[in-house]
Write a protein of this length. Structure first.
Length: 102
């Protein structure tokens, strides 16, 4: 392939294709290496995360309730994530955040 005969656009397209091919090759090799290591760990009676001392599942402690629905005390909210409809409606009705606290 004569690179000097290619236009700038063709050279950039080729460069982009090469970058994608390199990334794909590296990803494939990493997956093969991980599979090989997992097989070896399994043969020894372990999982790869056990040998590496890594928990594969990150567990988050459940958040405690900070706010309760004045109409139904069993309906609570931790203050994380999207505000529940009852919380927004209570604020619009004139309640303060402190009044809704558990």
């Amino acid at each position: 392939m004569d690179l000097n005969a290619l236009s700038l656009k063709e050279l950039k397209d080729l460069q982009s294709q090469i970058a994608r091919a390199i990334t794909s090759y590296e990803d494939r090799k990493k997956k093969e290496a991980i599979a090989e290591l997992e097989d070896r760990a399994r043969a020894l009676g372990f999982t790869l995360p056990e040998l590496l001392g890594v928990s594969s599942v990150k567990k988050r402690a459940p958040a405690s309730a900070k706010y309760a629905n004045p109409a139904n005390a069993a309906d609570t909210w931790s203050g994380r994530g999207r505000k529940p409809r009852w919380f927004v409606e209570a604020l619009q009705a004139g309640k303060s955040v402190e009044e809704l606290m558990v």
